[in-house]
Write a protein that binds this ligand. Structure first.
Ligand code: SF4
Length: 182
């Protein structure tokens, strides 16, 4: 299986929220059910503090904690590319996946009837198009592709599996890599 994933370069993210808004508009989600979140983080100690932003959604993990706890078999991992999806017809809204995911990716509906999350714009990818968050990112901070090709994609720095503000990847093995710069 080729696992597709995100490549994120914190140095290129200006925190404009274009990716989050594009995701919300394209997927017709409400403000409460944002599938993508942009947050700000700091590292270091005064006066040598460095700030960066993170744009995160579902990481289509190698070992999805959400899928492991779903009692309705509503969460599946596609064999061909590892995209993790929620079947809205199977989801019963129990929200166990919400508690299990360390990245806050599954988002409950306001009426609690079901949970939804980023599907990596699976239909767009099947049509040869980039996910809307990637397409909309003005700084080129968000990219995507097969994980095993990301070393060549990164270009501007070594790849890291985590960065300040990101939960320990050892648990679910998320399909995202970061461009690591000093
Ligand atoms: Fe599941 Fe969360 Fe991993 Fe997405 S990020 S596959 S919702 S555990």
């Amino acid at each position: 299986m080729t696992q597709v994933g995100f490549l994120f370069d914190p140095a290129r993210c200006i925190g404009c929220q274009s990716c989050r808004v594009a995701c919300q508009v394209y997927n017709e989600t409400t403000a409460e059910v944002n599938w993508r979140q942009v947050t700000s983080h700091e590292r270091g100690a005064f006066p040598d503090v460095v700030q960066h932003n993170l744009s995160l959604a579902c990481n289509h993990c190698e070992r999805p904690a959400c899928m492991a706890v779903c009692p309705a078999d509503a969460i599946q991992k596609r064999v061909s590319d590892g995209i993790v999806t929620v079947d809205p017809d199977r989801c019963n809204g129990c929200r166990r996946c919400v508690g299990a995911c360390p990245y806050g990716a599954p988002r409950p509906a306001p009426d609690r009837s079901r949970v939804s999350k980023c599907d990596f714009c699976m239909a767009r990818q099947d049509a040869g198009l980039a996910p809307v968050c990637v397409e909309t990112c003005v700084g080129g901070a968000l990219r995507y592709g097969p994980l095993d090709e990301m070393d060549a994609m990164a270009g501007e720095g070594p790849l890291a599996s985590s960065v300040e503000g990101f939960f320990d990847p050892a648990w679910t093995r998320p399909s995202i890599r970061f461009v690591a710069r000093k």
